[in-house]
Design a protein around this ligand. Structure first.
Ligand code: AP5
Ligand code: MG
Length: 189
């Protein structure tokens, strides 16, 4: 099963994608985690994208599409995968469609987590406190920019998936366990 988990920053994408991996064996492919890994390793790519993540802007489509292209054919994706943080632009969504189509496959479900904006600020503030500010983009100012980017560049992907009948809306304001239960129901797992 091939899933996209979708929603604004702090909606719970990573939390739920990790659980889908642990409980159902669907590999979590988090582009944010991959980029933070590159930054931590001080690789050439990491040095290139460090300031972009810290500002809440988007890394270029070319880099992101290649990153995912290399990942989705790995053996660890044999049961399927959960794309967490990708696609984030219409161009990325189109590139994803093309790469899956060329393998004779497609996305099965797009899970959209809906969460009130105030709750997003509360969750990110809490995480910044708990992790001692481990993520450079976990503060209210950058979150505002991340939300603007989400609304302007990422949310416009949804009509494309809606037209294809793939969107499953999930109430992300519930507890983590309740969200997980609704996701399992939506996926018939
Ligand atoms: P990315 O890492 O994808 O960050 P994000 O989308 O901004 O979202 P977060 O990871 O902060 O939130 P989440 O939805 O995963 O929620 P989480 O489960 O952590 O991207 C970071 C940056 O990388 C981008 O800004 C961009 O620069 C770059 N990037 C990445 N992908 C890219 C792409 N494709 N193209 C271009 N650039 C790209 O939960 C948040 C908190 O809330 C946690 O503390 C959690 O414990 C808590 N929580 C979760 N669920 C609940 C709940 N139900 N109730 C209460 N608390 C909850
Ligand atoms: Mg995340």
């Amino acid at each position: 099963m091939k899933i996209v988990i979708f929603g604004p920053p702090g909606a719970g994408k990573g939390t739920q994608a990790k659980r889908l991996e642990t409980v159902h064996g669907l590999k979590q492919l988090s582009t944010g985690d991959m980029l933070r890994g590159e930054i931590a390793a001080k690789s050439e790519l990491g040095q290139q994208v460090d300031a972009i993540l810290a500002a809440g802007k988007l890394v270029s489509d070319d880099i992101m599409v290649e990153m995912i292209r290399k990942r989705i054919t790995h053996d660890d994706c044999h049961k399927g995968f959960v794309l967490d943080g990708f696609p984030r632009t219409v161009a990325q969504a189109e590139a994803l469609d093309d790469m899956l189509r060329s393998e004779g496959t497609q996305i099965d479900h797009v899970l959209v987590l809906t969460v009130d904006e105030q709750a997003l600020f509360d969750r990110i503030a809490k995480r910044a406190e708990e992790t001692g500010g481990a993520r450079s983009d976990d503060n209210a100012d950058v979150l505002k920019d991340r939300l603007n980017v989400y609304n302007q560049q990422t949310a416009p992907i949804l009509p494309h998936y809606e037209k294809a009948g793939l969107v499953r809306e999930i109430d992300g304001m519930q507890s983590i366990d309740e969200v997980s239960a609704d996701i399992d129901k939506a996926l018939s797992l």
